[in-house]
Write a protein that binds this ligand. Sequence first.
Ligand code: NAD
Length: 355
Amino acid sequence: MTPIAPFVFPGLRSRVIFGAGTIARTGSEVERLGHSRALVLSTPNQEADAYALADRLGPLAAGVFTEAAMHTPVEVTEKALEVFRNTGADCVVALGGGSTTGLGKAIATRIGADQVVIPTTYAGSEMTDILGETAGGEKTTRRDASILPETVIYDVDLTLTLPVGLTVTSGLNALAHAAEALYAEDRNPVIALMSAEAIRALAEALPAVVRTPSDAEARGLAQYGAWLCGIALGGSAMALHHKLCHTLGGSFGTPHAETHAILLPHTVGFNAGAAAGLLEPVAEAFGDTPGRGLFRFAQGLGAPMRLADFGLSEADLDRAAEIATKNPYSNPRPFDRQQIRSLLQDALEGRQPPQ
Ligand code: NAD
């Protein structure tokens, strides 16, 4: 018999609409929240999709703001808030990846606006009450109930255009949430089930999407896995992997999804011995030890493998290891600066992790 340890399950708080063509339900979801004037958000890259959505919404669209940017700069949020007020908007509809979702969250937490999020990557932000913002070059992260989106529409059709490179890095970014949820200090059996299912789904779907990017069935499975990963991220305290990614992104400007993709085999490999039983779903899905299995999986997908390819140099590693070990946080395996320095060296060079 497996004993059930005491746990807290934080609950599932967002309404989710999942399936091909579900973007057509955006208007009814806006109305369901009691609103009638949505400000549609996107990055400049997805401007055409944002305007097409506004057309589809007709009178329910108050306007379109297409300047969302990575790491949610507060200047952009302030500009968007002005548009929100000038257009008489009463809610936001965020169409895009984590950057656009971040802008919607930043608006929502300032003025209490409801959010409908339509994710087009696998980053998972839409399922969390976490907001990272940058002001004066500094990134700060906070959690608050007002940040969590009310409604999320997962329309697989929108992910068909996600370039293969971003599909791979974003998919590995999602996997990182599930992997760390498995050994989180505040883990619980419900999120563990979801994480194991997410890992299984992404392990099957990502290679199929790389083979045939237009494979709607594989894209659907990848998006389903990514949704579960988002729940895992929102409902668990992340550990070494997310802290290291935060350090590299925040202090060295490395790109979000790529950093997650490169570090994942190394961080999970580092924790593999200390969390062997908990990481069983990773070993089952990818074979070998968790770190080596993930390394080969990422390699097979054509993922970036070397931090050196993203502007990080050997000279940065001492400082990165120092920043990453300055404040204590929970992790299954204790670590010191030298161990993190050595992990980063492997990731810099794209060397296979030892476990
Ligand atoms: P992103 O949102 O920055 O998107 C990257 C680029 O891809 C953008 O130009 C975007 O317009 C484009 N794009 C997105 N979907 C597309 C599609 N289907 N087809 C074509 N182009 C598409 O990337 P991301 O990795 O989703 O998000 C990264 C950001 O999200 C970071 O700022 C990160 O900190 C944040 N994030 C936050 C949380 C959280 O819980 N707060 C979680 C994960 C990520």
